[in-house]
Design a protein around this ligand. Structure first.
Ligand code: ARG
Length: 278
């Protein structure tokens, strides 16, 4: 009986909570409440929803060495993983990594994951869906070529079979080349390594991918593959940043503060040295 009363009480409380919750979206005094709540949220020391449970769920795509790859134990490892763990430590939260397709990261923020770190370039289009932390790394797209390739300038890429990872800025550059010359072919892969394999098999003329992963992939086949800097083809520098839920300014400020500390105390440079070959 006691149990039943307790259950009824719980039910009654949750009904009244629901009633309360739904009424806040209407009346004008409720609008004030919302404004007040927002003010508190942005105040010093306020909590972000993403951090409220003491856990930061971080999405990545572990197909992008040296920033993220599956380590020997099958768990995501790499520069970004070490960086986000250091940030989690500064924020006093546990970091849990979820590995997923690169193209699913942005749409999963706010549902499956809190934030994403994946060597992700800040673009205007992505900024419509997410906020970005301060940038932590400058990159540029590189072109991986067969060692005997004659491709040496942007015009040489037109009309060729170009490979990339699906949903990446490398793919956007190929789309631009296709817009310039409709005979240009694109093949996008879920895993960059599969594009590299098709390049080795002669099914592609090149792979367009960020500089550091390009260096890692090429270094596995130094006799068969060579690299060219995307600047040769007119590709612009890109900035990597952590993608955050849109409008969670508390979280963005905290992550930026942690990132600044990590840069100032030498941790950042140590991680660069540990993970990134230059
Ligand atoms: N920087 C590129 C972009 O943002 C590629 C990132 C791919 N990252 C990954 N973890 N697969 O589109």
């Amino acid at each position: 009986m006691k149990k039943i009363i307790a259950m009824l009480l719980t039910a009654a409380i949750s009904v009244s909570l629901i009633a309360c919750g739904s009424s806040t979206s209407t009346g004008s005094s409720d609008a004030k409440d919302t404004a007040a709540a927002e003010e508190t949220a942005s105040a010093e020391g306020a909590e972000s929803d993403a951090l409220a449970d003491g856990k930061l769920i971080v999405g990545t795509n572990a197909e992008f060495p040296p920033f993220e790859y599956l380590g020997d134990n099958g768990e995501p490892d790499g520069f970004d993983m070490a960086l986000i763990k250091a940030i989690g430590e500064k924020l006093g939260v546990e970091v849990e990594i979820q590995n997923m397709e690169f193209g699913s990261l942005i749409t999963s923020i706010g549902s499956k994951i809190d934030v994403a770190i994946a060597g992700m370039t800040v673009t205007d289009e992505r900024k419509n869906a997410v906020d970005f932390s301060d940038s932590y790394y400058e990159a540029v797209q590189y072109v991986i070529l067969p060692a005997d390739s004659a491709i040496a300038a942007k015009e040489d890429l037109l009309g060729k079979n170009l490979g990339c990872q699906l949903g990446t800025t490398g793919e956007y550059l190929i789309d631009d080349l296709i817009a310039e010359d409709g005979t240009t072919q694109k093949k996008s892969y879920n895993k960059a390594v599969d594009a590299v394999n098709d390049l080795l098999n002669g099914r592609l003329d090149c792979v367009i991918i960020d500089r550091n992963p390009a260096m890692v992939f090429q270094s596995n086949y130094p006799d068969q593959l060579k690299l060219t800097d995307g600047a040769v083809y007119g590709f612009e520098p890109e900035q990597y940043a952590i993608a955050m839920p849109k409008g969670d300014t508390v979280l963005t400020e905290k992550v930026n503060a942690a990132l600044a500390e990590i840069k100032a105390d030498g941790t950042f440079d140590k991680l660069v040295e540990q993970y990134i070959q230059n």
